[in-house]
Write a protein that binds this ligand. Structure first.
Ligand SMILES: [Zn+2]
Ligand SMILES: [Zn+2]
Ligand SMILES: [Zn+2]
Ligand SMILES: [Zn+2]
Ligand SMILES: [Zn+2]
Length: 214
């Protein structure tokens, strides 16, 4: 399921729940279900309470021992944070469980790095990336520590079917961001003000750095 970042429940975690007999790897069906061939090469793994894979009585008829061993060797238990978002397929995923969005399998996308700060989920970026203007509207003012040039910008969450500005429920197509022209204008104004605050913050920091070095 693809969905805009501002709709995503970012605090949910993933875990590996399937095994691909083609790549010979376990994967998370939420993150990676569409990246592996379906059908006989793709098997869902049931786990017991301890997180160990459970095999069905008929499995041994078609599963060679090496496959059973490979399946059993993987980790289906550890919760995996949803720490990345692909702007191409509009998907939140766990980078450790799915390399496909950044290794060329997913051609259209840029992978955003998601970090948690004080309960908010934030995108770590400079604000000058070529893709930034596309996501700028749903990122708030910087929080937490700046890391090199990278700011931590909280995702402004929104429920589908609500206006990004006044948060009213409305009958429009639910991916549409605003309920009315005044809301579009007010929202644009806020995006602009946040941009100006970021630029002022950057200018102040550059000036401070200049004074340290002179
Ligand atoms: Zn996942
Ligand atoms: Zn994948
Ligand atoms: Zn595969
Ligand atoms: Zn992608
Ligand atoms: Zn509105």
């Amino acid at each position: 399921m693809s969905s805009p970042l501002e709709f995503e429940e970012l605090s949910q975690t993933c875990r590996r729940d399937s095994f691909c007999l083609d790549c010979f790897h376990a994967f998370c069906s939420h993150c990676c279900g569409s990246h592996h061939h379906r059908g006989p090469f793709h098997t869902a793994i049931s786990v017991d309470v301890a997180g160990r894979p459970v095999f069905q009585p008929g499995d041994s008829q078609w599963m060679p021992d090496e496959v059973v061993r490979a399946i059993a060797a993987e980790d289906y238990d550890t919760p995996l944070p949803r720490d990345s978002y692909c702007t191409g397929c509009k998907k939140i995923f766990c980078a450790a469980a799915c390399p496909h969005h950044s290794n060329g399998t997913c051609l259209a996308g840029v992978v955003l790095r998601i970090e948690e700060h004080g309960g908010a989920h934030c995108v770590r970026c400079t604000g000058f990336e070529p893709w930034f203007r596309r996501v700028e509207g749903y990122l708030g003012d910087p929080v937490g520590e700046e890391e090199d040039e990278l700011l931590l910008l909280p995702v402004l969450r929104r429920a589908p079917g609500t206006c990004a500005q006044c948060h009213a429920h409305w009958a429009g197509w639910h991916y549409e961001q605003h309920c009315s022209l005044p809301c579009i204008n007010a929202w644009r104004q806020e995006v602009l003000m946040r941009r100006e605050r970021r630029e002022a913050r950057r200018a102040a920091r550059d000036l401070a750095n200049l004074q340290i070095h002179h």
